[in-house]
Design a protein around this ligand. Sequence first.
Ligand SMILES: Cc1ncc(COP(=O)(O)O)c(C=O)c1O
Length: 367
Amino acid sequence: MSSPIRIPIYQPELGEKEKAYVNQCLDSTWISSKGEFIERFQAGFARYIGAQQALAVSNGTVALHLALAALGLGPGDEVIVPSLTYVAPVNAIRYVGATPVFAEADATTWQVSPTDVAARITPRTKAIIAVHLYGQACDMSALGDLARSRGLLLVEDCAEALGTRIGSQHVGTFGDIATFSFFGNKTITTGEGGMVVAREQTLHRLALKLRGQGLADDREYWHDVVGFNFRMTNICAAIGLAQLERADEFLARKRVLAEAYARNLAGLPLTMHAEVAGTTHSFWMCSLLTSDPAQRDPLRRTMREAGIETRPLFHPVHTMPMYAQGQRGLDASVALAARGINLPSWPGLGEEGARIVSDVIRGHFRR
Ligand SMILES: Cc1ncc(COP(=O)(O)O)c(C=O)c1O
């Protein structure tokens, strides 16, 4: 029997502000998807990332679905997406009836390779989804140039990248539309929740309409397009606003943690997922690669026996049954996935927590 988990991979930090704001919802009876916290969270979030507007939704997966629906993607359209990603952006392509075309990861940054994306463009390609994986930024300069020169839409999946920047610019503000997730293990959480950030007002208004059942602007209970109910509740937004007020603090503490891991693990046969020059890694997950795939699972086992929870890197989506179309040239994604581990990455873990985790890893390599 394995020992109980002493150090989880993630745990949210909820304080007095979250409770006070939620109590305001309960006291006022505004518990559904109308109420002051929705507006305050959306406005505060847009300001935080330097966007014009933001739209709160019920999770990061529907954020992607809504974004692709608002862009008008559908049957016959190809959308290029990395294979090394969480499955949600790929599923969203399927939800709108479009076809995912998988692109390769860069072996150093683990982000989608712009060169490989370029090689996969066909006359049917309509969009690229850049997924900022584990808090690292994609090469938005190259992807932006590609999208502009080939007339493609550019979507950013920032579920794992609140606080990630290129220069001083926050990810989520480079493409046509971006999405975020506030699941319980994300840098800020609302329990379940997400955000859609459109660059243009018209796209934002269309997403707003689709979020709320396709309601017409000028007639009550009249729906002139097929929409969704993808709204966030005021209670979730209340938690989100309190969390947003602490985002900088969470990010600073996650950076301390990442730096502690990098220091403590130096000299071992491991490669940390390190910050790229000119960017800010938000370290949603502090991650590493073993030098050989055969070393990955024994290391995870040792950590689990010591009560430390870890995660493997995502399985490349092109290997999953519903997407296994025999697509080639994704070897780097497969190789990374086989060697990668996400370490406990919550801000409250601190340098002492990093020391405990690192000591177990060091001990494993001494055996
Ligand atoms: C890259 C990425 N996209 C989308 C999502 C989906 O977000 P949610 O779990 O809020 O639906 C996640 C979730 O973890 C994710 O990691």
